[in-house]
Write a protein that binds this ligand. Structure first.
Ligand code: GDD
Ligand code: GTP
Length: 413
């Protein structure tokens, strides 16, 4: 039986996701109506015989407890747990540290998924491809524009066999536009390779006063450089290329395009989960998710690419598109929210505008306007209030701010 691991990171990571990560750990931020990692779990739940998912990270245990309760209710056949690293151990350090837990029950394969990616997670197809070759690992790959390739793990593969000939993590010069999506399927024999790679690493493993194996400071075990690279060298790494969408979720603003892609996918697969135009209801354009507890005035207009959270109230004549509106937000009449994320409990006054600037750039949420780099998605932190008839454009606003006058291209602290 295969198992799965989601690498959720910890509080010292996700800094680019501020100010939203001040109030919720990034893996639990909602896109298309549910936490980021729920999309991972939904895909894993479709893999035959997969019964156990381990979240590995260095957040406090309490961070995931209510999420895990909800997940247990939604997926009664899956056993989902959180394993906490006592410190950041690197992308493969946690795998090694918890190897006994992972190998319990003798799984034959393990999926490893980064929490901060969004895609269709074609895991079943990956598994099929994996079983058709003799590699120890199948890595999900995608093509990105040439000028952004160097921000990722780059792969050079044999076109006929998909065997990976070179793996280079964030290379300085261009080597390939085929990159790693942060989604892998490993044979369990991988743990022998991890052990070997550890022994090769200078400094090696030490035992601390509690008898735990630790890596010397600054000597984390990195999945990419310490494991994938040697795997490619020994011809045990294969790529499965997806043609579907793929995005990283690094900055807070990147949640908006990701929200749009997941909503589009839902519109095709289960349109019943999305808002519809009904007589006497608000006007809905394209893919829009509205939480059942939200109150939307029939004269408001929403969409495309809009998610409305629990207990939100949207007033008469308001317009929302390409935006995420989080729990308990109050949007007064005729307000306009475009290309924005509105934090929990915020209040948007009537006739005000909170807006960003649409960006066509792939995997980027900054745009350049008259030579200046500006924030393309406007983000309001938790409990921000925007006065009536005020315009907030291309701004990031920290929590608890009272905006009484208009602002543009600013970080409001
Ligand atoms: N448990 C745990 N412990 N998780 C970690 C740790 C750690 O010490 N460090 C990072 N992670 C998790 C992050 O939360 C994230 O989900 C994932 O591992 C990778 O994060 P980064 O280390 O920030 O790498 P990256 O996103 O810049 O690049 C990686 O992902 C790209 C795809 O998104 C690389 O694997 C690239 O090769 C790849 O293209
Ligand atoms: P529609 O006119 O809605 O079909 O779309 P459009 O192609 O004009 O969309 P665009 O992206 O240009 O504008 C977004 C929407 O926001 C438009 O539909 C406008 O009606 C609406 N809008 C723009 N400014 C305001 C505003 O200040 N208040 C309100 N309530 N709505 C606005």
């Amino acid at each position: 039986n295969p198992k799965a691991i989601i690498l959720v990171g910890g509080p010292s990571r996700g800094t680019r996701f501020r100010p939203l990560s001040l109030n919720v750990p990034k893996p639990l931020f909602p896109v298309a109506g549910k936490p980021i990692i729920s999309h991972h779990i939904a895909a894993l739940s479709k893999v035959e015989d997969l019964k156990e998912i381990l979240l590995i990270g260095f957040f406090e245990d309490s961070v995931f407890s209510s999420f895990l309760q909800d997940a247990a209710r939604e997926y009664p056949n899956l056993h989902i747990r959180y394993l906490r690293e006592y410190q950041s151990l690197g992308t493969a350090g946690g795998l090694y540290h918890f190897r006994d837990e992972i190998l319990r029950g003798n799984p034959d394969q393990v999926f490893v998924l980064h929490a901060d990616v969004a895609c269709t997670f074609p895991l079943v197809a990956m598994k099929k491809a994996h079983e058709g070759h003799r590699g120890l690992c199948t890595i999900l790959g995608t093509r990105v524009p040439r000028d952004s390739a160097n921000n990722f793990g780059c792969l050079v593969a044999k076109p006929d066999t998909n065997e990976v000939l070179h793996y280079v993590e964030k290379p300085e010069t261009f080597i390939s536009n085929l990159i790693s999506c942060g989604v892998y399927l490993f044979d369990c024999a991988i743990f022998d390779e991890i052990r070997k790679s550890l022994e090769n690493k200078k400094g090696n493993v030490e035992t601390d006063i509690y008898g735990r194996e630790v890596f010397q400071d600054g000597n984390k075990l990195r999945l990419e450089q310490d494991l994938l690279r040697p795997l490619a060298q020994s011809r045990k790494l294969f790529v499965y290329e997806t043609k579907d969408f793929w995005r990283q979720i690094k900055t807070a603003g990147s949640a908006v395009p990701v929200n749009g892609l997941y909503l589009e996918q839902l519109l095709q697969a289960s349109p019943e989960k999305l808002a519809k135009n009904t007589p006497g209801g608000p006007e809905i354009v394209g893919a829009v998710y509205i939480h059942p507890t939200a109150q939307i005035d029939p004269q408001a207009k929403l969409g495309p690419n809009v998610s409305i959270g629990p207990n939100v109230s949207i007033g008469k004549g308001a317009r929302v598109r390409d935006s995420i509106v989080l729990d308990n937000v109050d949007v007064k009449q005729n307000a306009c929210i475009l290309h924005a994320i509105i934090g929990w409990n915020s209040k948007i006054g009537c006739w005000s505008r909170v807006e960003g600037t649409p960006s066509a750039a792939h995997n980027s949420t900054a745009v350049t306007k008259s030579g200046l780099k500006i924030q393309s998605i406007t983000i309001l932190g938790k409990e921000v209030s925007v006065k009536d008839e005020t315009i907030i454009r291309n701004c990031i606003v920290l929590p608890h701010k009272d905006l009484k006058s208009s602002c543009e291209n600013e970080i409001v602290m």
